[in-house]
Design a protein around this ligand. Structure first.
Ligand code: 13P
Ligand code: SF4
Length: 364
């Protein structure tokens, strides 16, 4: 076994163990009475502490609705970063995964940022440790370093740019037009998609999202045949064969926008299943089908559930507001350097219409 295979295997083991541990700690089912007691406590604590919930579309629908109802937001990772930064709250409670909490803290060092669950991670973040990533960058000093938001603060500190899926294409096209060669990390599928769309010179880190990686092109092809009236919406963390079958490729917000705006009665959706809640709210008359995560007779590991996103629940949210646990802390030097690359993303995002469905319609 050579050295890089060993490293890859070690990272895969870390990811599988973390995902397995997360699955063991998913929310218990609560009675309706218990849920309403917890909800009332949370609402009171949010007010008393001048706190807001910033939630991702993949978390429990009840948390999404609570965030909406109490003046917080439910959004994709770029909008989550922006919202927390622009809001006047003293405390931001992040219902999502670790990198989202870190991004909020990097942009708002004077605010208290609490994670609903501190063990909620992401396979892309776990699969790109800062020491290995720094060594990779050192081998390619001539390249502009672009990292996906799903990374640690230390990896962002090494980057020239941070991007989310909502602006990755636009940013890389912009850099390519300025003659820059790119080192991209960590999502190889998103990197490959961006590379094919823009023609940019890119070298890619070998990382993947364990949820999106499981969508299957052949099974999707046959579902499309059975449902000719349906449009296919795909998150670009999915494998290339799945992306090729898409009518729209985009971030979670862009996919929700497409479901709302496109004139089709049915959508096949290749992303984490928490998104169905917001899609159904925004496009109530339409039908949403999950893209297949396994071929005929096969089993799937994640079945479109992110094990870490599913750790976010009412009980944990109530606990962190009560105890102040899970506060995000970041080394001052790392924070300062990561802030530069994240702010670039936020500023670039403002200068382009990031949630434009027409721009995200697939061009291949
Ligand atoms: P979005 O930026 O599209 O919300 O993606 C975040 C994520 O983790 C997708 O798996
Ligand atoms: Fe990470 Fe994938 Fe979960 Fe998103 S869905 S947080 S990319 S593991």
């Amino acid at each position: 076994m050579n050295r890089s295979t060993e490293i890859f295997d070690t990272l895969q083991t870390t990811i599988s163990q973390s995902a397995g541990a997360a699955r063991q700690r998913h929310a218990e089912t609560l009675t309706a009475d218990r849920r309403s007691v917890l909800t009332a406590r949370i609402e009171q604590a949010l007010q008393a502490q001048n706190a807001v919930i910033v939630a991702h579309y993949y978390v429990d629908p009840e948390l999404q609705d609570l965030a909406d109802r109490t003046g917080g937001c439910v959004a994709d990772s770029l909008e989550m970063a922006r919202f927390g930064f622009e809001h006047s709250a003293d405390t931001i409670v992040v219902a999502g995964v670790r990198f989202m909490g870190e991004t909020a803290k990097i942009l708002s060092p004077d605010k208290r940022v609490l994670l609903v669950e501190s063990e909620a991670n992401c396979s892309l973040d776990l699969g790109c440790p800062a020491d290995r990533f720094n060594a990779f960058c050192d081998q390619h000093p001539e390249r502009t370093v672009v990292v996906y938001a799903n990374t640690s603060a230390a990896v962002k500190a090494r980057a020239d740019w941070v991007v989310t899926s909502s602006i990755a294409l636009k940013l890389v096209r912009h850099l390519h037009q300025h003659g820059e060669k790119i080192l991209w990390a960590p999502d190889k599928y998103l990197g490959d998609y961006v590379q094919r769309q823009t023609g940019a010179d890119m070298i890619l880190w070998d990382g993947a999202c364990i949820v999106h990686e499981e969508f299957k092109a052949i099974a999707l092809q046959s579902l499309k045949k059975q449902r000719p009236e349906a449009k296919v919406l795909v998150h670009p963390e999915s494998p290339p064969g799945v992306i090729e079958l898409a009518d729209v490729v985009g971030s979670t917000s862009q996919l929700i926008g497409a479901a709302e705006q496109l004139d089709a009665p049915t959508f096949i959706v290749a992303t984490e299943d928490g998104i169905f809640h917001k899609m159904q709210q925004r496009a109530p008359g339409k039908k949403f089908l999950a893209a297949p995560t396994a071929g005929a007779g096969a089993t799937c590991e994640s079945c479109a559930h992110c094990p870490w996103m599913k750790m976010n629940d009412l009980q944990r949210l109530a606990n962190v507001l009560k105890t102040g646990a899970n506060a995000v802390h970041i080394d001052a030097d790392i924070r300062r350097r990561a802030e530069v690359s994240i702010r670039r993303m936020v500023e670039f995002g403002k200068s382009v219409a990031s949630a434009n469905v027409a721009d995200s319609v697939q061009q291949i």
